[in-house]
Design a binder for this molecule. Structure first.
Ligand SMILES: C[S@@+](CC[C@H](N)C(=O)[O-])C[C@H]1O[C@@H](n2cnc3c(N)ncnc32)[C@H](O)[C@@H]1O
Length: 223
């Protein structure tokens, strides 16, 4: 099944049923990433899977030129409303991040993506990473977080749902808020291999049990 079909339906339902979810403060490590971007003179920042906009607002408040893309139309609408209410702006698109990204080569100084990239099969994720390399300028930065697999016995009982494998290391949850959503099971080695084009500046696990990777693109500047 195409990513667009699985994710669009499931995420639109999340935002229509639950409204402004993920509206808590920015992701752990985001202030550090932003300081790094500022120190290195980054201008344009892209948020892949921007959701309801908590990082768009945060980045716009730090005076970056902010771009966001998300497959859930309703999420993008909520982001737009929040930015407007704050008197801020960002270039937003509704789109599938596992397709060719709708931006020019070398366009961004940094890309962030929080709790999003693991919602696909590994082939889609690798294609997306190649696109990130294309749209990032040489030496550009990334700050991404992906879910770390937790054995079922450590998941609280009220959040234990059946899962169905749809591809190697990739399952769909069959209940709860995330029902119908694909999850790829990263481990540290697979994450490092997937982002082999990036120098890893920092890699850690946050309080929500997500890997957080701050990295810098090794792409050469054109002669
Ligand atoms: C857990 S939410 C995180 C939202 C936001 N990054 C945050 O931290 O508040 C994951 C987001 O990824 C988006 N998403 C999932 N698959 C996508 C895809 N194929 N293309 C674009 N966005 C996608 C969802 O619509 C959702 O808004």
């Amino acid at each position: 099944m195409r990513a667009e079909r699985i994710n669009k339906k499931a995420w639109d339902r999340v935002y229509r049923e639950d409204g402004n979810v993920f509206r808590e403060r920015p992701q752990e490590g985001m202030p550090q990433a932003v300081r790094l971007f500022e120190k290195n003179g980054v201008k344009r920042v892209l948020d892949l899977g921007c959701g309801t906009g908590r990082h768009l607002v945060y980045l716009a408040k730090h005076h970056f030129d902010v771009y966001g893309i998300d497959i859930a139309e309703h999420g993008v609408k909520l982001s737009q409303e929040w930015l407007r209410a704050e008197g801020l702006r960002a270039e937003l698109k509704v789109g599938d991040i596992y397709k060719k990204l709708p931006y020019a080569d070398d366009f961004f100084g940094a890309i962030i993506s929080v709790r999003t990239l693991h919602h696909g099969k590994i082939g889609w994720i690798r294609g997306l990473v190649a696109e990130m390399v294309r749209v990032l300028e040489p030496g550009g930065f990334i700050f991404i977080t992906v879910k770390r697999h937790v054995p079922l016995k450590y998941v609280p009982k009220d959040r234990r749902f059946d899962i169905r494998y749809i591809a190697p290391r990739t399952y769909v949850i069959l209940g709860g808020r995330e029902r119908g959503l694909p999850h790829y099971r990263f481990n540290e080695d697979l994450l490092r291999r997937t982002f082999k084009d990036f120098q890893v500046l920092k890699l850690w696990t946050d309080r929500m049990n997500h890997f957080c990777l701050l990295g810098r693109l090794r792409k050469e500047s054109p002669p």
